[in-house]
Design a protein. Structure first.
Length: 381
């Protein structure tokens, strides 16, 4: 049996279940199955992954003669959102959500769409990484270029101004942050049986968290994603836990996810017992790892594989193997890079980080940063 066949069985099981929940949900709402399949396929094509794209398109219902539904304002908005979240999640904000609301999508539909695009980011990078391990290219760049040209301009023709919430470049930090949603979360006192069951299943989820209550608009996907996350980040064996946190810290920094970088920077600092290394990574990115061949190989692969489309090479895989990272540990690198393509694309596009209220009451350079997240803050992406 190969390493891939033995690798963390819960990962494949829950990835398959998440795909079904997203593309063939029992209650699709206003985001119908054809739009879901179109979004997934476009995200895969932008990532240069033809096989996943074809598989996602097979989920689209067709009329008996094979004709597709005519284009619509909603379909155009879904494609624009898919492109924005796939290519530049740090720039997909309230204006993009407002456009989805304008074409009639409710909060549950928007969360499902964000999950679809983020999930495809994960699957695309798993497919890409496994191809690299077999000596194949990371991505079909010609497919990605065609999808880019076909899907429209990089920015919406008219981007809505937000005078009450101007774009702010937030610095990376190891301080604990909170997270503020841009959609109305499910009220904590109005959870249905399915939503309550998901919280009861996972000790890491809390009804106090606005992030998890936002994701509870799609409870089935949150359930499977949490199982998958726990298997990858906390499973025994494979890549040492500190290095998994280093990989997720790097992905979060590359994607511009300030909240995830804060959480996983602190976890890396704790597990490696090297807070200074965590600070350097936040400040300098992969350049901070140049003095350590193993960490440098992890950084180079992670940086290139996080790009859209993924751009890692077989030389990058060879460098990981030369540094002693092979077998299940190498699969962990592939999957952890992919996982945080998913995590960042939820955290960044559905809300924004904020300084905990308790910290706003301090003043002066001697004020100490928060040591732990405020109550209700998500512990992971």
């Amino acid at each position: 049996m190969s390493d891939e066949e033995r690798y963390r069985p819960a990962v494949g099981t829950h990835a398959d279940a998440a795909r079904t929940a997203l593309l063939r949900p029992a209650r699709p709402g206003r985001l119908d199955p054809a739009l879901r399949a179109e979004a997934a396929a476009l995200a895969a094509e932008l990532s240069g992954q033809p096989a996943p794209a074809a598989a996602y398109r097979s989920y689209a219902p067709r009329s008996p003669d094979g004709a597709r539904e005519p284009d619509s304002a909603r379909a155009a908005a879904v494609r624009a959102y898919t492109r924005a979240v796939t290519l530049a999640p740090a720039r997909a904000g309230r204006a993009e959500l407002a456009e989805l609301e304008r074409v009639g999508l409710a909060a549950a539909d928007i969360v499902a769409l964000a999950q679809i695009v983020a999930f495809v980011s994960y699957e695309a990078r798993v497919a890409s990484g496994l191809a690299l391990l077999d000596g194949a290219p990371a991505a079909d760049t010609a497919l990605a270029a065609r999808a880019l040209a076909r899907s429209g301009p990089a920015e919406p023709a008219t981007r809505r101004a937000e005078p009450d919430a101007p774009a702010v470049e937030r610095p990376f930090t190891l301080d604990a942050l909170t997270w503020v949603p841009w959609l109305e979360p499910v009220p904590a006192d109005a959870l249905d049986a399915d939503q309550r069951a998901v919280l009861d299943t996972h000790a890491t989820l809390s009804a106090d968290s606005p992030y998890y209550r936002t994701l509870l608009h799609d409870p089935a996907t949150l359930d499977h994603r949490t199982h998958l996350y726990n298997a990858l980040m906390y499973g025994r064996g494979g890549l040492p836990r500190a290095e998994r946190e280093l990989v997720t810290l790097l992905v979060s920094r590359i994607n511009g996810c300030v909240y995830c970088a804060s959480v996983h920077g602190r976890k890396f600092a704790q597990l490696s017992r090297d807070p200074e290394a965590a600070r350097r990574v936040l400040d300098e990115g992969t350049a901070a790892l140049a003095g350590d061949p193993r960490r440098a190989a992890l950084g180079r692969f992670t940086e290139r594989q996080t790009a859209t489309p993924p751009a890692a090479t077989t030389d990058d895989v060879a460098a990981l193997r030369a540094a002693g990272i092979d077998g299940a540990a190498l699969l962990d690198v592939v999957h952890c890079v992919a996982l945080f393509g998913w995590a960042n694309r939820l955290m960044q596009v559905l809300g924004a980080p904020a300084v905990p209220e308790s910290c706003t009451q301090t003043s002066g350079p001697a004020a100490a940063p928060a040591a732990t997240p405020a109550a209700g803050s998500p512990s992971h992406g």
